[in-house]
Design a protein around this ligand. Structure first.
Ligand code: NDP
Length: 281
């Protein structure tokens, strides 16, 4: 064998377990897939070379997280439908030799939602207007949600998302600038926290929300996977709402990514139990 034709990488990995890596690799093992999912830290200045490296090494694709979700686009060969509307990519997939950018975050949330309700014609209140909110807003709109009220602290980001939803999806969107305790209108079907409020270690952080306006049969969801039982989820469950935690979205976006790369439908139950084990739930 000409060893110049092979490169064997060697790099230091932080000792702490990365929940996403552990989750994806547990699915590979469970489905007898001889695949690997490796976490690499990439500095923004090295992003172009990293993507070129992924191509050169024949990777089937990769996930990317902040701060690369927008910047990676110029290094890819094309975008899927919703990622081109969202304007951000968290999953690249090699198709016919080309690297195509997809966004599986919002699709993962819609799958969790569809386990509880058909989104068609529903009204939704969404807290937040950052990357997760953009992905969820676009995908829920494409899945049939009729009206989306974006509740966001900063006006600029909120306005940008509302404009995007109104111009590029069939949903009708409006902005509420979040200056005081928000009272969820009683006709709302779905409420979602798409902000980072409640993420570990700020586990008791609370949305500025009148919790008594959360009533059954509303569906109340949170994007925060760690801890999954956020204050919002606990408050909503105590008021008999149907709740969806952030682990479902995390697992489902992983299932969709694996489907894109390998063509295999991974078992979400295995992936969820791996995540729960890593998080010590
Ligand atoms: P961004 O930084 O892009 O956006 C953060 C959003 O949260 C903004 O709308 C921001 O408002 C709002 N926000 C943050 N702190 C506060 C506060 N104290 N009061 C009011 N609003 C606040 O982050 P992302 O959208 O990328 O991520 C948001 C969360 O989603 C993260 O915690 C991440 O872990 C989670 N996530 C979960 C996924 C899953 O699979 N479960 C997948 C992707 C993300 P403003 O515009 O005013 O600054």
């Amino acid at each position: 064998m000409n060893f110049l034709s092979q490169l064997t990488g060697s790099f230091a990995q932080p000792a702490a377990e990365n929940p996403t890596v552990t989750m994806i690799e547990s699915a590979y093992r469970y489905h007898d897939l001889d695949w690997r999912y490796i976490n690499c830290e990439v500095a923004p200045s090295e992003l172009e070379d990293a993507v070129r490296g992924a191509r050169a090494m024949g990777w089937a694709g990769f996930n990317c997280s902040l701060p690369h979700k927008v910047a990676v686009i110029e290094h890819l060969d094309g975008l899927g439908e919703s990622s081109s509307i969202i304007g951000a990519v968290n999953c690249a997939v090699r198709r016919d030799g080309k690297l195509i950018g997809e966004n599986t975050d919002g699709k993962g949330f819609v799958e969790s939602l569809q386990e509880k309700v058909d989104p068609t014609g529903k009204t939704m209140v969404m807290f937040g207007a950052g990357g997760a909110a953009r992905a969820i807003g676009v995908e829920t709109a494409l899945a049939g949600v009729r009206k989306i009220t974006v509740v966001n602290r900063s006006e600029n980001r909120g306005q940008e998302l509302v404009q995007l939803l109104n111009e590029k999806t069939p949903a009708q969107a409006e902005l509420v600038i979040w200056k005081e305790s928000y009272c969820v209108p009683q006709e709302t079907d779905i409420v979602i926290n798409a902000t980072s409020i409640g993420l570990y270690p700020d586990v008791d952080a609370q949305l500025d929300l009148d919790v008594n306006s959360l009533t059954a049969p509303m569906i109340v969801a949170d994007v925060i996977p760690n801890p999954p039982h956020t204050r919002l989820i606990r408050d909503a469950a105590a008021r008999d709402c149907t709740v969806i935690d952030g682990i479902g979205m995390l697992v489902n976006q992983g299932v969709i990514s694996i489907q894109y790369w390998t063509g295999i439908d991974a078992d979400p139950k295995i992936m969820r139990s791996t995540i729960e084990e890593v998080l010590g739930i």
